[in-house]
Ligand binder design. Structure first.
Ligand code: PLP
Length: 723
């Protein structure tokens, strides 16, 4: 008979599993997720795959009983051992290559962070990138701390009304149910700091998100001592009007620096992820003036401490505030800053003395940073053009570089795909994989982030066409099942008698085209349907059927974006397309993961050059889903003619209508002349060899290249470590 655990041993495991549930490391560790799923399979599904919520749903008594099952207890022990090793490992890339950052970390400021579907504090790509940046900083063992805001209602949840119009609702986040922890001061009380906003002093408390080794601090003004206006400041992501916006940004930038000081942190570099955080430069200047520096000295030193990443060429993405609003919002703070108000306004203007020019956060960030970068090569060119007049030098000399975005690979990889690659790694039936065992031992995470691992994808002995095709079939099936479940849920009039109807939605054999992102108009979601009759022909083709899965949210005040959603849903109900075009509501990280893995083709047709980088397509490659995109952002660098499909040329017309017309024609031509024929070109065993060759090329050329591991290493070598 097996010996049962002692009380002390059970206590230790209970403590360990509680700690684990409050560290997002589980969100990219399959074994850890399996534990929580096993504790409450339905809870796992219904509570947004959230370990913290599952542990609250399972009573401690129940947990203790489970731990008496030696099989379960052993799994817990193994996961906790890995977790402990992860947290304490001193041999990371960061320990070797950036040890100085452990004493003086990088402080990374971002108005949004997309970590996990259970913590909806991100509106889109910018936040997802910030979340992935933090996860890779943790994996690499970098000295790194993040600053953001704790939005109690997060970003909105999407519902579609009977007019196919997007409506918004909010699910308040209960901190106890999400993977965050309250931050305390030295006396064990809640840490509370404050910041001057308008005429008031606004207090804020803090929540910490443990992202592996990396802490992210989220500021929260919802405290009884604040007036209601200020309590509501951190309610929603980009909620309210410009007044809310500037006040959120004062909190983020100025409050964030105050918090770091209260925590005793001495960052070596302050990284502003987009202009939202640029007020942090003012607080750095204020600190230096208070320490006896002149204004000029304080600005010069601050400039050596900051770096700035710009994320969009779209005008609306650059915050601009009127002098009146600046004056109103900073009236109390400016007294402390001891800077003439006109001088402050000048810091946010291209022409400092131009009183008509509003205050621009991007300009402030550019002026007070030692380095600035865009997020892809083309976006670098566009940004240098955009800001040339700020520098008065030839475009090529404008000091804005670029580091192309990436994704946190393990975080995006679907569970079944992790298992697939892990099995491939463990099968030591040939020399190649033996080599991996020697190189990585059992460190699967290191292997999967290695260029060599993905180079093996061109080797049929490592993974055969048949295996890859079977993987594609199972992933497409998983997406279709997911879509059917979601379509039932999102249709309030469905009764169980109707379920069978939903079993006919989408076809497991059809070429499945995915499109999901924010419904910003420049992303042109409905573009493909400009060729409506032709698309209908493709969809109705019995031999070579094509189908579409769409998802995405429009900003609550973007009626044009909402009209795009309305058009797509309207088309999905059209008799010719019904069942072959679905719109999945409430796009989030979970929906994104289902779609980038289950679709065969990832469509992206932004109006060039407005897609600064784009990242959703990067999430597709490791699942064998191919890119099909305009040569904008990252795809212009990733596409090499063999690893996916390009829409149009490496150029664009300056005329918007012309561009839409040309792109729509190119899109349709590539689809019918390349994508569809190659997908359905099968050999006698039913395998599309040519298609799978493209998948192999995508895996080996794109997966290891477009990761945040590569990206964060570049930031470290080029910006964090060089002053
Ligand atoms: C990846 C991702 C994005 C960004 O997608 P783009 O194609 O870069 O616009 C936005 N939202 C969610 C939920 C994502 O997962």
């Amino acid at each position: 008979m097996k010996k049962s655990l002692t009380i002390a041993e059970v206590n230790e495991l209970v403590t360990g599993i509680n700690k684990l549930s409050r560290n997002l490391w589980w969100s990219w560790n399959q074994e850890a997720q399996d534990l929580f799923q096993q504790l409450s399979p339905r809870g796992w599904q219904h509570l947004f795959h959230n370990a913290a919520a599952v542990l609250r749903e399972v009573s401690e008594y129940e947990l203790r009983v489970h731990l008496q099952d030696s099989e379960f207890a052993n799994k817990v022990k193994a996961v906790l051992k890995d977790f402990d090793h992860y947290l304490t490992d001193q041999t990371t890339w960061g320990h070797k290559n950036a040890p100085a950052l452990h004493k003086n970390p990088v402080a990374y400021f971002s108005a949004e962070f997309g970590f996990h579907e259970s913590l909806p504090i991100s509106a889109g790509g910018l936040g997802i990138l910030a979340g992935d940046h933090a996860k890779s900083a943790s994996d690499l063992g970098l000295g790194f701390v993040g600053i953001g805001l704790f939005y109690r209602e997060g970003y909105f949840q999407q519902a579609i009304d009977s007019n196919n119009w997007q409506t918004e609702y909010y699910n308040p986040v209960d901190p106890k149910n999400v993977p965050v922890e309250p931050v305390f001061d030295a006396d064990g009380d809640r840490l509370v700091c404050s910041v001057e906003i308008g005429m008031n002093v606004v207090a804020f408390q803090v929540w910490r998100v443990n992202v592996g080794r990396v802490p992210i601090y989220l500021l929260d003004t919802n405290l009884p001592e604040n007036e209601q206006l200020y309590r509501d400041l951190t309610t929603r992501v980009y909620g309210g009007d410009t007044t809310t916006r500037i006040m959120q940004e004062i909190l983020l930038g100025i409050g964030g620096i105050r918090l770091l000081r209260a925590l005793g942190k001495e960052p070596s570099t302050f990284h502003m992820n987009e202009g939202h955080a640029a007020f942090l430069t003012l607080e750095l200047v204020r600190e230096k003036i208070a320490a006896g520096k002149t204004l000029a000295e304080a600005q010069a030193i601050t400039k050596t401490e900051c770096i700035f990443t710009t994320h969009t060429p779209v005008e609306a993405g650059h915050d601009r505030f009127s002098s009146e609003l600046m004056n109103y919002s900073l009236q109390r703070y400016i007294l402390q800053l001891q800077m003439p108000f006109q001088e402050l306004l000048g810091l946010g203007r291209v022409k400092p003395a131009d009183e008509k020019e509003p205050f621009c956060m991007t300009v402030l960030a550019l002026k007070l940073s030692r380095a600035a970068n865009a997020v892809s090569e083309l976006h670098g060119q566009v940004s240098r053009h955009m800001w040339q007049n700020l520098y008065g030098v030839p475009e090529a000399q404008v000091p804005i570089g670029h580091i192309t975005n990436g994704i946190h690979l393990l975080g995006w990889m679907k569970g079944s795909v992790r298992q697939f690659w892990r099995r491939k790694l463990n099968e030591n039936t040939n020399g190649g994989t033996q080599l991996f065992r020697e190189k990585f031992g059992s460190d699967w995470a290191a292997a999967v982030n290695d260029v060599e691992f993905w180079q093996k994808m061109t080797d049929p002995a490592f993974v055969s066409d048949e295996e890859l095709w079977a993987l594609r079939y199972s992933l497409r099936r998983e997406l279709i099942e997911f879509a059917r479940r979601r379509l039932i849920q999102q249709n309030p009039r469905v009764t169980p008698g109707d379920y069978i109807r939903f079993d006919h939605l989408l076809n497991p054999d059809a070429l499945t085209i995915g499109f999901a992102r924010r419904f910003a108009t420049y992303k042109r979601a409905p573009l493909i349907f400009q060729q409506f009759d032709n698309i209908v022909k493709l969809v109705r083709d019995k031999q070579r059927p094509v189908q579409f899965v769409f998802a995405g949210k429009a900003h609550p005040r973007d009626d044009e974006g909402k009209r795009f959603i309305q058009q797509i849903i309207h088309l999905s109900k059209h008799s010719e397309l019904a069942g072959s075009l679905v719109f999945i509501e409430n796009y989030d990280i979970h929906v994104a993961r289902q779609m980038v893995s289950g679709c065969d083709i990832w469509l992206n047709n932004p109006r060039r050059p407005l897609e600064a980088s784009g990242t959703s397509g990067m999430k597709a490659s490791c699942h064998g889903c191919l890119g099909f995109s305009i040569l904008d952002g990252w795809w212009r660098e990733g596409y090499d003619g063999t690893n996916g499909f390009a829409i149009g040329e490496d150029s664009h017309s300056p005329n918007v209508e012309e561009q839409d017309r040309v792109d729509s024609a190119h899109l349709y031509r590539t689809l019918t002349e390349q994508v569809v024929p190659q997908f359905f070109n099968r050999d006698t065993n039913g395998i599309p060899r040519q298609w799978i060759q493209r998948i192999r090329r995508a895996m080996c050329t794109l997966v290891p290249q477009f990761t945040t591991d590569r990206m964060v290493k570049e930031y470290t070598n080029r910006y964090y470590l060089t002053k």
